[in-house]
Design a protein around this ligand. Structure first.
Ligand code: 13P
Ligand code: SF4
Length: 324
């Protein structure tokens, strides 16, 4: 880094090489979410969805987990592997969905439903996890909710879109916290309808964080990993993809003969990058490995309370054959 200009001097090839050297020297593992920029995905030891990343973090025996994702994901890694140092390239890489559910308001909300079980989507803070009975991800939410009796009273937080989707397809009436993701919430239904007219041979695949009108139009709904697998195993040649742009990197890599069209937002912008995921850059990744910070720190109490519902999710997912 040039101290006068604040600019990073290393070209990308050097950075990549230096990250590889640091990885070996520090016995570090790089875990990256599908929404990271391609150059980070390409240097990661594992690229996955929230569920896959949590599993990898839980079983890692590296000395340092470098989490190329957002804050709640790095927190989850720390909770599942507290003895290991967890670093995040940019501590400001938060999540609008997690931020939509502050601890104090959720405490008051929960008090209104004392006989309800709390199932929280993993996109929430460690504090919300401590107040939850079970955590789920977009990769297992429907099955985990369905593992409870139909008459079980449930609060689902913080994503009203995912919760509403589960309510619709399971016929349940879970009480929903009023939160959503600022990226998925603004994907344009009008643009999708036009894209379907322009590309009648394309299938629409959508993340369950999208709002109901988008999900109603979808041929397939699933987590980022599920969508990726779908495009690899399905025989269509063209897909309209309703989620964050980062996933296109693995889709194109795994199916180079297929075409992927990203759904634009209904704002003026034609791209839908998650501004938090995209705070991480190759430069910041290198620096956080070199300096071993910013580091994720949580109190022992929070770790022990938040671990229970996450472990419950992993155990139940195994029991239900959703993961190995
Ligand atoms: P996944 O569960 O597919 O990783 O989704 C996480 C996320 O943040 C989507 O916005
Ligand atoms: Fe959070 Fe949405 Fe970004 Fe996912 S895409 S990390 S839910 S803000």
């Amino acid at each position: 880094m040039n101290s006068k200009t604040g600019q990073f001097n290393k070209p990308q090839a050097d950075l990549t090489e230096n990250i590889r050297i640091l990885k070996q020297k520090k016995n570090a593992i790089i875990l990256a979410h599908f929404y990271q920029v391609p150059e980070i995905q390409d240097i990661a030891d594992f690229v996955g969805d929230s569920l896959g990343l949590a599993q990898k973090a839980a079983t890692s025996n590296a000395d340092m987990i470098v989490f190329a994702g957002v804050h709640f994901m790095a927190e989850t890694a720390k909770i599942l592997n507290p003895a290991t140092k967890v670093v995040l390239p940019d501590l400001k890489a938060g999540c609008s969905l997690a931020d939509s559910c502050p601890k104090d308001s959720f405490t008051a909300f929960k008090e209104k439903y004392p006989d309800h079980l709390v199932i929280s989507y993993i996109n929430c803070s460690a504090d919300i996890k401590t107040m939850s009975d079970l955590i789920c991800t977009s990769g297992n939410a429907v099955e985990l909710v369905e593992s409870f009796p139909k008459n079980e009273k449930i609060i689902f937080a913080p994503d009203k879109n995912l919760g509403g989707y589960i309510n619709r397809i399971t016929g349940r009436n879970m009480v929903l916290w009023d939160g959503s993701c600022e990226v998925h919430d603004v994907l344009s239904t009008e643009a999708i309808i036009q894209m379907k007219i322009d590309h009648p041979d394309a299938k629409l695949i959508a993340h369950p964080e999208c709002k109901a009108p988008v999900l109603e139009l979808a041929d397939y709904i699933g987590s980022t990993t599920a969508m990726l697998n779908y495009t690899m195993n399905d025989d269509a040649k063209k897909y309209i993809v309703a989620t964050e742009t980062g996933i296109l990197h693995q889709m194109s890599k795994n199916s180079p003969d297929k075409e992927f069209l990203i759904v634009p937002t209904d704002e003026t912008c034609s791209c839908n990058d998650c501004p938090y995921m995209k705070l991480n850059t190759l430069e910041k990744l290198y620096l956080c490995m070199e300096n071993e910070q910013p580091e994720i720190k949580l109190s022992a109490e929070v770790i022990s309370m938040a671990e229970k519902p996450i472990r419950r999710m992993l155990d139940l997912s195994k029991k239900l054959n959703l993961i190995k």
